[in-house]
Design a protein around this ligand. Structure first.
Ligand code: 2NL
Length: 360
């Protein structure tokens, strides 16, 4: 089949019969046409079709080689020269066009990453707000001679209630308010049992703080959580008085809220202290004139405290005639919320990095 007749016929319909022998001029003409077709290919599939038509098994090149084989010895050198020209020109045109089309295709895909751009960086972590407050409070009490004590979260009724002079019918002992285990033990409702354990195993004088988790059956809301963090303090020695309590907590207020802080002690009731007080600090935001943080009162309630009830001393085998002591307790969440102006206690447990990063 003469290539001129098969031009444009799809490859699968094209006859493989060999056409008439090609002359020198035929070959030159075919070379020009083939090069032109390759150069004109608009895309890679079209280029591939043109390659098959020229260099492929049923294309022009085998046709030319056949003509060369059938040629007379006189004609053969000229035909050989023309066929070499064909091969070289067509090969060159094909690879040049292929390179150009591939480069154009690359330009159309998304630009490669710019490896010279700066990286995203690594954000350093930070201590949780509760931990920050705990460390600050511990630092203040350590400076005036307190050591840090700890104990188990699961406690006995004896350590959590009985030794603390809490009567059998006290509402805090109700299973509605306290988590009891099947064996009768409970999740401690405060860290006071840490101090009971300490007094049972140490003679006075005793000067400890007991920070840790505490548990109450509260329905969570903006200011309540079923588990929270408490810090209690206990100072037992000869002649410890209410003056020591007031002096030490006022020192604490000045360290945490600033040297101008004032304290206020209002009568209250706790089963384990007598007398008992609620401890207010003057508002660190407005200085006492009233603002949003102190709800216009000028005061913020920070702790509960009092003189250790003689019945507590009896429960731990201390002589209430020989020693006296003060004790206090505060919620770390509450202090964190006041100092860091956190509006909802639940933020402290959700570990949302956007929230925590504010206190880094
Ligand atoms: C509060 C009040 C308080 C105590 C805790 C205590 C411990 C022993 C003996 C006597 Cl071993 N008292 N602890 C005393 C008064 C108040 O906590 O508002 N806590 C968040």
């Amino acid at each position: 089949m003469h290539p001129a007749l098969s031009a444009g016929v799809p490859p699968d319909l094209r006859s493989t019969r060999t056409g008439p022998a090609m002359t020198y001029d035929d070959i030159l003409k075919s070379t020009a046409e083939a090069v032109e077709a390759l150069q004109a290919a608009a895309d890679l599939p079209t280029l591939e079709e043109a390659r098959i038509r020229t260099l492929g098994r049923n294309g022009l090149l085998p046709q030319i080689m056949k003509s060369l084989k059938d040629a007379t010895p006189e004609e053969r050198p000229r035909l050989g020269q023309a066929s070499n020209q064909f091969k070289e020109a067509v090969q060159a045109a094909w690879s040049a066009r292929k390179e150009a089309l591939e480069a154009a295709a690359l330009d159309k895909v998304a630009p490669p990453a710019d490896v010279t751009l700066p990286g995203h960086g690594v954000r350093p972590g930070s201590l949780h707000p509760i931990t920050q407050i705990l460390e600050r409070v511990q630092q203040v009490f350590r400076a005036i001679g307190f050591t840090v004590a700890s104990g188990p979260d699961i406690e006995t009724v004896e350590h959590n209630f009985d030794a603390l002079n809490t009567p059998a019918d006290h509402p805090s002992r109700d299973p509605q308010d306290t988590f009891y285990l099947a064996d009768g033990r409970l999740l401690r409702t405060h860290t006071s049992p840490v101090q009971i354990r300490h007094m049972k195993t140490h003679k006075p004088p005793v000067r400890i703080i007991a920070p840790g988790r505490a548990y109450r059956r509260d329905t969570p809301d903006a200011t309540h959580s079923a588990n929270f963090h408490q810090l209690e303090g206990l100072f037992v020695a000869e002649k410890v008085s209410m003056a020591d309590l007031k002096g030490d907590l006022t020192y604490f207020a000045r360290q945490v809220l600033g040297p101008k802080s004032k304290t206020r002690f209002r009568p209250h009731f706790f089963p384990f202290t007598e007398p008992s007080v609620e401890v207010d600090f003057s508002c660190h935001v407005c200085g006492g004139s009233g603002c949003r943080v102190c709800k216009n009162s000028g005061w913020i309630e920070i702790a509960g405290a009092g003189m250790v009830d003689p019945n507590v001393f009896k429960a731990v085998d201390y002589d209430p005639e020989a020693v006296t002591g003060y004790a206090f307790g505060m919620g770390l969440e509450r202090i964190a919320m006041i100092l860091l102006e956190i509006q909802d206690i639940r933020h402290l447990y959700e570990n949302d990095a956007r929230f925590l990063a504010q206190f880094a």
